[in-house]
Design a protein around this ligand. Structure first.
Ligand code: C5P
Length: 370
């Protein structure tokens, strides 16, 4: 069996982990494991059950008897009962989580549950000890970080409208205190490991953070692309058996000299260099991974292109896979030089939207760091 693709993401509170990881898992069609929700559920249950929370042994004894998991919608369940998001994420719960998170016995039980939830599965695992304890062998480890000030600003911008807002310095102080707790506990402390990508999200929009992590993930497991486009695309072989259509051009020429063509990804044609991603679902376009790091064109049926997914192949050239009807080649300045409808070649210039450009920039940062 192939080794599962696990993306482990740790980072301090408020770095944007939960939203980013949820969307990332959706896009890559991986199981999403929000380990913080399990600590939250245990904390809520503890108080509901009237356990003496000042007695760590009683706390561990109670928590270790609990079954904590998720329903089909990803809502956390305590002994089979869904706990509402508002309850597990309330400030009162957050303030008491340490009673479970700092308790070695509770941690051992939760880690065991977490390991069994992801065993043998492709997953995005998010928490404080995902990269170190739950999934030390993850293929991709991300330490998602942001400055305390940035995190405090984000927290205040999401503050419930009718609740009194603390000041920025107050929130910064709370965040620093929680960081201190999360990174100094005896077991399962938040740690930046040598093999993790330290991703600072200050100044990055959410789509850029997601694009960067996607790029790192695809670098490690190119076949994730199939998941990325599975919903939006009908991919298949070109009319010429064994061929896929790709766009090629000379980076020295900005607009002239670009053309869409066909390439043959089959191992007979390029021995050892390719792995076909072709799926014959609709007789349209397909893609291939060349030399384990490049792409391909993919084409679909929808009218509007959606998210940009780009992979490098030639210097200064990116093949964009758009979950829409088009595949395209763009250059570093962001102009699409040519695009093709999947069933017939046409050429046209088109500018990218600002969102597409920033996503492109995020991919570029990862693929072509210099
Ligand atoms: O990620 P979230 O903010 O929901 O986590 C809540 C708290 O649970 C964290 O501040 C941390 O103390 C604890 N936690 C943990 N280990 C994890 C996930 C969360 O100790 N894997």
């Amino acid at each position: 069996m192939a080794r599962p693709m696990v993306i482990a993401i740790d980072g301090p509170a408020g770095a944007g982990k939960s939203t980013v990881t949820r969307l990332l898992a959706q896009r890559l069609k991986l199981l999403f494991l929000d380990t913080g929700a399990m600590y939250r559920a245990a904390t809520v249950g503890l108080f509901d059950a009237g356990i003496n929370v000042d007695d760590p042994q009683a706390v561990a004894a109670w928590v270790c008897q609990r079954d904590i998991g998720f329903d089909a919608e990803g809502q956390v369940q305590l002994d089979g009962v869904v706990l509402p998001r508002a309850r597990i994420r309330s400030p009162e719960t957050t303030a008491q989580i340490w009673r479970v998170a700092d308790n070695v016995g509770c941690r051992a039980h939760l880690v065991q549950l977490q390991k069994s939830l992801v065993a043998g599965r492709d997953a995005v695992v998010e928490g404080r000890d995902a990269t170190t304890v739950i999934c030390p062998d993850a293929q991709l480890k991300i330490f998602l970080d942001a400055s305390p000030e940035e995190r405090a600003r984000r927290r205040l911008s999401e503050w419930p409208p009718h609740q009194a807002q603390p000041s920025l310095p107050e929130v910064v102080a709370q965040i620093r205190e929680r960081d201190q707790r999360d990174s100094s506990r005896a077991v399962g402390a938040l740690t930046l490991t040598d093999d993790a990508v330290h991703l600072y999200s200050d100044g990055l929009a959410m789509n850029e953070v997601i694009a960067r992590i996607t790029a790192y993930a695809v670098q490690r497991q190119p076949f994730l692309l199939e998941n990325l486009v599975a919903d939006q695309l009908i991919v298949g072989r070109s009319r010429q058996p064994g061929y896929v259509r790709v766009a090629v051009g000379d980076p020295a020429h900005t607009t002239a000299g670009w053309q869409l063509g066909l390439t043959n990804p089959t191992p007979e044609r390029m021995p050892g260099s390719t792995r076909s991603m072709t799926r014959n679902l609709g007789g349209r376009q397909a893609g291939t991974v060349l030399q384990g790091q490049a792409i391909l064109c993919l084409a679909g049926t929808a009218e509007d292109p959606g998210h940009v997914v780009a992979l490098p192949m030639l210097p200064q050239t990116w093949y964009i896979i758009e979950p829409g009807a088009w595949h395209a080649v763009i250059q570093s300045h962001g102009t699409i030089c040519a695009w093709a409808e999947s069933s017939g070649i046409r050429e046209e210039q088109r500018d990218l939207t600002n969102d597409q450009l920033s996503e492109m920039g995020a991919y570029t940062t990862v693929y072509l760091p210099h």
